[in-house]
Design a protein around this ligand. Structure first.
Ligand code: NAD
Ligand code: 6OD
Length: 486
């Protein structure tokens, strides 16, 4: 059986306790690896190794040398593209056709873009007058924050992990990564790439395990961690924030969402249907930015629902390797149980099931996997639990609206504020409505179109802080002011 080990100080190590847990492939239900579970000892070793590396060769590199290292990492991911692809798709069950275009290329791009960003960013300076007339010059310098804990989810494992590790390293920090227990493989494989790229020992460390009373908690509670960057559920963010309060450590949180898609009658319907299908069902609905609430202007409602239904039932579930597959399974049986409970809840709350609603009959080879049908509901009030709580599955509720002001209020009536999608051909309306969305990102006539230089994050309970471009540099560095009396 394949073993997934920790990566500490540039070496793969077993857990001292010998404790492992099973990694199950969601497409088949088969156990495909044994993952070593870190205790406090391994976490402590990883943090100490990251601390040492700050004061060692890594800390001595010039900015140029550090950036060259990161380019080599990006190149290393591309050189081993197929290995990353196979590992990511086995861990998540997602189709190769998706990961080939999104997850793995972004894994490489996340190193390159932040190497480019640190190279080009300028720091502020201020001249000031002094009573003696000589004056003074203030200037800001940015120094690494130190040892960064990176705690990751399972939905886009390599993409979301490197989205944080890339800028953290570009800024000169060192990291200890805790991948999701569901998706340990690509973070582990990245250790080999780091070694091949000549990244010094201790700069990149990976420890495996669960959250509470396991590696996640041990890492975030560790007193020698300087800052914590986390992507995952809002409730987990609350627990990590409590851990971070000891020692007043800084946090950056990318959390849950219940994102609206607003379809105006003046939209290009083909584009709105195609984009909404993607935003609801891509990655089997397991995208934090995905649309779970669709609001459609009444004149278009019936036609939109029918066309969305036709698109949903056309999605092909199947083996991840099959290039014609466009819908994978959910990540685990546990997650399927959660999503199924929402499918049952929708019915008991009075929804009309327009498509799906159950579990598909898969072939023998896939019958043990955590498959679920793409599902569309109508007919629920805005305060139904299915319409207010994040489900994180391939499903959405579609409701009609009449007026622009009404739909803005309804779209914003949520504790979350991560993303929104607006479909309209009226440019004034697009600006007006986007400006009023309470969301970290609003897409107009598109979805998941990402420019990595832009600030990314969530409002309300969808997050704290922004990452992306210079915003990442703000989080991953301390800014010091130096005041020179002339
Ligand atoms: P999760 O919060 O259950 O787990 C995320 C990570 O946190 C895992 O590595 C887990 O082991 C760890 N963890 C859990 N409890 C912990 C604790 N008490 N202390 C320390 N670590 C702990 O999230 P998930 O189920 O892996 O991912 C799905 C969630 O992530 C959804 O809510 C989704 O919206 C959110 N998400 C948000 C974004 C974003 O950019 N805003 C991106 C992707 C996913
Ligand atoms: O594209 C990104 O940088 C990003 N953080 C995406 C998040 C997706 C959530 O599932």
């Amino acid at each position: 059986m394949r073993q997934v080990r920790h990566f500490i100080d540039a070496e793969y190590v077993d857990s001292a306790s010998g404790t492992t847990f099973d990694k199950v492939a969601p497409a088949t239900g088969a156990v495909v690896a044994h993952v070593h579970e870190a205790g406090r000892d391994e976490v402590d070793r990883a943090v100490r190794s990251a601390r040492r590396a700050l004061g060692g060769e890594w800390g001595q590199l010039s900015l140029e040398q550090r950036c060259e290292c990161l380019y080599r990492v990006a190149h290393g991911i591309n050189a081993r593209f197929d290995e990353f692809l196979a590992a990511e798709c086995e861990d998540t069950g997602k189709p190769y056709s998706l990961a080939r275009h999104i997850d793995i290329p972004r894994g490489a791009a996340n190193f390159k873009i932040f190497a480019d960003t640190v190279r080009t960013v300028a720091s502020k300076s201020f001249e000031m007058a002094t009573p003696d007339g000589a004056g003074a010059l203030n200037y800001a310098v940015h120094v690494p924050k130190g040892v960064i804990a990176v705690v990751c989810p399972w939905n886009l494992p390599l993409l979301l992990m490197t989205w944080k590790v890339g800028p953290a390293l570009a800024c000169g920090n060192t990291v200890v990564v805790k991948p999701s227990e569901e998706t340990p493989s690509t973070a582990t494989l990245l250790g080999e790439v780091m070694n091949e790229a000549g990244v010094p020992p201790g700069v990149y460390n990976v420890v495996h395990g669960f959250g509470p009373d396991s590696a996640g908690a041990f890492l975030t509670e560790h007193p020698d961690v300087d800052a914590i960057t986390f992507t995952g559920e809002t409730g987990t963010g609350e627990a990590i924030m409590r851990a971070a309060s000891t020692g007043v450590r800084d946090v950056s949180f990318e959390l849950g969402g219940k994102n609206p898609g607003i379809v105006f009658a003046d939209c290009d319907l083909d584009k709105a249907i195609e984009g909404t299908l993607r935003s609801v069902f891509a990655n089997c609905g397991q995208v934090c930015l995905g649309t779970e609430r669709v609001l459609v202007q009444r004149a278009l409602f019936e036609e939109f629902v029918e066309r969305l239904r036709a698109g949903a039932v056309d999605l092909k579930m199947g083996r991840p390797e099959d290039e014609t597959t466009n819908l994978g399974p959910l990540v685990s049986e546990t997650h399927r149980n959660k999503v199924r409970s929402y499918y049952e809840l929708a019915v008991s709350e009075g929804a009309t099931v327009v498509a799906g609603g159950g579990v598909p009959d898969m072939s023998d080879e896939l019958s043990g996997g955590s498959w679920i049908e793409p599902t569309i509901w109508t007919g629920l009030p805005d305060d139904a639990r299915v319409v207010t709580e994040e489900i994180f599955g391939p499903c959405c509720h579609v409701a009609p609206f009449d007026e622009e002001d009404e739909v803005i209020a309804r779209a914003n009536d949520t504790n979350y504020g991560l993303a929104a999608a607006i479909w309209t051909e009226n440019v004034s309306r697009a600006h007006r409505v986007a400006g009023k969305m309470q969301a970290g990102i609003t897409w107009v006539n598109s979805w998941f179109l990402r420019d990595l230089r832009t600030p990314f994050g969530g409002m309300k309970q969808s997050g704290i802080g922004r990452e992306g471009g210079e915003s990442s540099l703000e989080f991953y560095t301390e800014t010091k002011n130096i005041c020179i009396k002339l």
